[in-house]
Ligand binder design. Structure first.
Ligand SMILES: Cc1cc2nc3c(=O)[nH]c(=O)nc-3n(C[C@H](O)[C@H](O)[C@H](O)COP(=O)(O)OP(=O)(O)OC[C@H]3O[C@@H](n4cnc5c(N)ncnc54)[C@H](O)[C@@H]3O)c2cc1C
Length: 284
């Protein structure tokens, strides 16, 4: 089945794109790393969202979610790890599955971390974002697990149960993963290096030989997600119609640049959905 569109991201931009595609009667999927964007819910008090003065981030997100749910659309809790341009349609890898669609709406927020040197070059050759998808490839092998959030500890534990030796790098305090084959290293590698495949992690003071590295974070940098997508300083380049440099790919919200604000995200989500519908009509 080829969907009209796939929305990636569950923040205000993604919610707005989903509501608009639903109202416009399109057949789409909507993926997010969690059911609600943590960032969108984080505001203690929102004073600049029209019509809803003095609302908390949690309340605002709750109204967004309920609105979408009321229209019969809900996100699937899956991290999208790659989008492939197949010329006129796209293949989207989410969790362990792949889906096809004719347009993509990127609502991925600001990437929390810059990619590590070598991350992009070794993607699919030892760099993975998904323990359940690729973990089995590393049975009994040496791996690095770079974990950016406690929420991903179950994936780290799963990887420890499969791999022979794990260099576990939690990027937060209070990691509770403990496995006899895991060495905890509270440092970020400077580089992922190797030849045809990943061979080692390079730290400031030493190197660790590995067969692969799993990077567990809630987002994937846009240029890694979709090869050939033009970005500038981590932001996706998009015009006023939210069109990117790739035909059929639209971007909305914080991922397109400042100001990082709910109203801008929601407005661009609306524009991106309308632009996608226009594109679908013009490219039947
Ligand atoms: C503490 C705080 C207070 C704030 N206060 C205000 C305020 O008062 N007023 C205001 O206007 N704005 C405020 N903001 C900013 C506002 O929260 C953001 O501008 C808004 O959330 C942006 O929405 P977005 O949809 O573009 O991105 P986000 O809300 O960041 O959502 C992006 C979502 O996409 C998901 N995602 C990313 N990559 C992938 C992938 N590959 N696969 C699946 N999912 C993916 C992310 O996990 C995330 O859930 C505040 C932000 C913070 C942190």
């Amino acid at each position: 089945m080829v969907y009209d569109s796939i929305i990636i991201g569950t923040g205000p931009a993604g919610v707005s794109a989903a509501i608009n595609l639903k109202v416009l009667g399109k057949n789409f999927l909507w993926f997010g790393a969690s059911s609600v964007s943590e960032k969108a819910a984080a505001a203690e008090l929102v004073r600049n969202y029209p019509g809803l003065p003095d609302i908390t981030g949690k309340q605002l997100v709750w109204t967004f979610e309920n609105h979408a749910k009321g229209l019969g659309t809900e996100p699937e809790n899956k991290l999208v790890t790659a989008v492939y341009d197949l010329g006129g349609r796209f293949a989207v890898a989410a969790g362990t599955d792949t889906y096809e669609c004719r347009t993509i709406i990127l609502c991925t927020g600001v990437a929390a971390a810059k990619p590590i040197a070598g991350e992009e070059a070794f993607l699919g050759r030892g760099v993975s974002y998904c323990a359940t998808c690729d973990g089995f490839l590393y049975k009994g092998k040496r791996i690095g697990v770079l974990c950016f959030d406690k929420a991903f500890e179950h994936e780290a534990e799963y990887l420890c149960s499969i791999a022979g030796k794990v260099c576990l790098m939690p990027m937060y305090k209070g990691c509770s993963v403990s496995a006899p084959n895991a060495e905890i290293v509270m440092k970020m590698p400077k580089e992922i290096a190797g030849g045809m495949k990943v061979e080692k992690l390079v730290f400031a003071d030493r190197e660790e030989a590995v067969d692969g590295i799993f990077i567990l974070r809630a987002s994937v940098s846009p240029s890694i997600l979709l090869h050939g997508l033009k970005t500038d300083g981590g932001h996706i380049l998009a015009d006023r119609q939210c069109r990117t440099n790739i035909a059929g790919v639209f971007a909305a919200g914080d991922c397109t640049g400042r100001p990082y604000q709910y109203a801008k995200a929601v407005g661009e989500g609306n524009i991106a959905a309308h632009s996608a519908v226009e594109y679908l009509a013009e490219n039947k």
